[in-house]
Design a protein around this ligand. Structure first.
Ligand SMILES: Cc1cc2nc3c(=O)[nH]c(=O)nc-3n(C[C@H](O)[C@H](O)[C@H](O)COP(=O)(O)OP(=O)(O)OC[C@H]3O[C@@H](n4cnc5c(N)ncnc54)[C@H](O)[C@@H]3O)c2cc1C
Length: 342
């Protein structure tokens, strides 16, 4: 049976993005069943419209009304789908809340994803920028995902190599951008688990609690505590987490900067380059806690742009541009935005 498409017209996106930007979509469709994508493929008028895929809206900056079709991916379901001698495979549908999914795996005593606790958004968006935090990233546990391809009308499976995961990057930001919908993601969770305490702040939080051999749930709780302490809650103050990626520079560029700025924060990379702490660069330009109108930089977190109330997407983009220009002028380093700007 063909799925029925309940298309809404001029639908407000205000509650569907964590910046709380009040723009609308010319057409809006909530996808709760992947069969709707097959039906959509048979509607040329809809298929030809500009498309925006939306999960939890926590990595988006909407700067104007969207003149095309917003597909809000909201299919749900989680299941253990297999195992081998080393790992258990768990598949989550794209519309599942990420943190809820992580907590589900921990409740099943399937560790692995605990360092990624409390990242906002949905499972289906997690591969897009290869979400990462506290010494772990999605690619560490990603096994495969099913995607619906708008060019062929078919559903196919992509493995880890197909996805070209890198720092806050994947094939979904390049060749497959807006071409495929991620329908579900399968994770390979290890049977032999070891705590990942590479991130010093996490190790310190556990030490403060007197925990020497943490379980995955202890780590999750510690991550939740740190994140709640440090990051603004988007339900209280509009934001999309870190607005800029940490820029990666060559060893020569980093050495030249270090000679000038002894306090420069940088981390060596396996390819010989260095990742610079974008928050430090922004702070050195005097932007921490500053605002232009209702668009501001968070007082505790120089990387987080916030909507103090009533800022438009254009206001936030203007602020981000000013910050980026200042960092370029002072340090000669280009800051790249992390969220999708529409
Ligand atoms: C307070 C806060 C803290 C954050 N902390 C972190 C962090 O620690 N680490 C981190 O990596 N990120 C972090 N983020 C960013 C964000 O939570 C993640 O990028 C998250 O994965 C976005 O999920 P979403 O469902 O909200 O995606 P959306 O914002 O809805 O979409 C993001 C991108 O994914 C695409 N997309 C969404 N769903 C699909 C799908 N099913 N198929 C194909 N494309 C799709 C969209 O088109 C868009 O390009 C944070 C954000 C906030 C607000």
């Amino acid at each position: 049976m063909t799925a029925k498409l309940h298309i809404l017209h001029h639908h407000s996106l205000r509650t569907l993005n964590t910046f709380g930007i009040d723009v609308s979509a010319a057409r809006y469709l909530k996808i709760t069943d992947s069969a709707q994508l097959d039906a959509l493929y048979r509607e040329p008028a809809l298929l030809e419209m500009p498309r925006l895929l939306l999960g939890g809206g926590s990595n988006l900056l909407l700067t104007q009304d969207f003149s095309g079709l917003v597909l809000h991916i909201a299919n749900e379901g989680i299941a253990i789908t297999g195992e081998d001698d080393r790992q258990v495979f768990v598949t989550a549908q794209a519309g599942e809340n990420w943190h809820g999914f992580v907590q589900w795996t921990l409740a099943q005593e399937l560790p692995g994803l605990e360092n990624l606790s409390l990242i906002p958004g949905c499972v289906g968006a997690a591969p897009i920028q290869n979400i990462g935090a506290y010494g772990s990233e999605l690619a560490d546990y990603f096994h495969a995902c099913d995607v619906f391809d708008f060019h062929t009308g078919e559903t196919r499976s992509l493995n880890k190599q197909d996805c070209h995961f890198a720092y806050r990057d994947s094939v979904f930001k390049h060749d497959l951008r807006e071409r495929v919908v991620i329908i579900n993601v399968t994770f390979a969770l290890p049977k032999q688990w070891r705590a990942n305490l590479r991130y010093a702040e996490l190790a310190n939080e556990l030490a403060t609690r007197g925990i020497q051999s943490p379980t995955a749930s202890d780590i999750s709780q510690a991550v939740i505590t740190i994140r709640t302490r440090k990051l603004p809650d988007p339900t209280k103050i509009g934001n999309a987490g870190s607005f800029f990626k940490n820029p990666v520079v060559t060893a020569d560029q980093r050495d030249a900067l270090l000679a000038k700025y002894q306090a420069l924060v940088s981390y060596s990379q396996t390819d010989g380059g260095y990742k610079l702490a974008a928050g430090w660069l922004v702070e050195q330009c005097g932007w921490k806690g500053k605002s232009i109108g209702a668009a501001g930089i968070h007082a505790q977190h120089a990387l987080v742009l916030v909507n103090h109330g009533g800022a438009s997407g254009a206001d936030l983009l203007h602020l981000a541009t000013q910050v980026g220009d200042d960092v370029l002028e002072k340090f000669g380093v280009v800051l790249e935005p992390e969220p999708l700007i529409v």
